[in-house]
Design a protein around this ligand. Sequence first.
Ligand SMILES: [Zn+2]
Length: 399
Amino acid sequence: MIKTGIIWSDQYAEYNLGEGHPMNPKRLLIPYWLLKSMNLFQLPEIQLFTPQLASDSDILLFHSPKYLQAMKILSKAGGGARPRLGLGTGDCPVFPEMHDASRLVVGGSLEGVKRIQNGDVQQAFVLLGGLHHAFAERAAGFCYYNDVVIVIKYLQQQHGFERILYIDTDVHHGDGVLGAFYKDKSVLGISLHESGEHIFPGTGHHDEIGLNDGLGYTINVPFFPGTWNDLYIMTFENIIPCVWEEYDPEFVIWQCGADGHFRDFLGHLALTTDLYSYLGKRIAELSRQGSAQGRLLLLGGGGYNPDSVARVWLATLAGITGIELPKESPPDWIDRCKERFDFEVSPHLTDPPLNWKQLSGYPFIEDEILEATHDSIHYLKRVLQDVPDWKRCEKYFQD
Ligand SMILES: [Zn+2]
């Protein structure tokens, strides 16, 4: 039996970027209530843990003292702006609990890592985490403190890990994390996302593959809008397993954002719950091979349609644990979402097969998406074939 931790705090609801902002407590509470309604926390293989606030020294593992200071001052004032630091913008507004709510996120990710490292669980899922857009001295894309970079530095400094694999399947490019280790081979950073030509933050192209010592240790897989499950899986299987096995990571961190789901409000990919159970299964399987020995930390990431987030995270959790799920949503969950938020959730936990052509708001042509996917795989293989450290994947990369 593989033990899995879930990291949750009721205080996560204070990470509230405001009425009408996509990053609000509803997108977090609705998924948490689903897990609770399904009695998952009563299963012997699942344990619930509560995080502590991260300390200044934790935050300073990545962020600058100037930025930390500004976060504290603006939080206390409950307003104001420091545009050069990205604070007080539409995406990253200043709110009174900003510093504490953000350091609780960091504390949650650290809790997950510590529970894995002390052997309480083999893998852990942090529901609010993976704030991958924050830079050392700049907030961006709803992210203030970058809990991912902080836990990677923590693992390197406290546990001496030399090869950490970071995989990011959020619909947005994991720019803050991949940028932090762009010249560094101690982290293999892989981001699969909707192409930056169509969505924030605009980066993450095929040819961004790292520099100097880190050449080849950043892998960006941009997807054309409208990409559906089979094409996503084909791309994943053509690129990722070989570099993963060659790298032989000691620890795996997965930012498993739910905003690639076809019903998300921000992304434009056409992915369903089936893709996420596939990814859960596959990423857990890869993490159990070699030196990582199953050490896998999942960070919830983005996702802005609460119904999609709930069902995507559940599918992900089912994938990594092997727990069989019923098909129908629990009635008490449906009622609770209706009563508390006047929000209608889906009666089915899994999506039916998607005929993406029936979707409104997808002005893309099937053939165009297919061709873009084949071109993308071909181009990425060519770029990676030239990296000396991936020479052993040469055969694998041949078309
Ligand atoms: Zn996102």
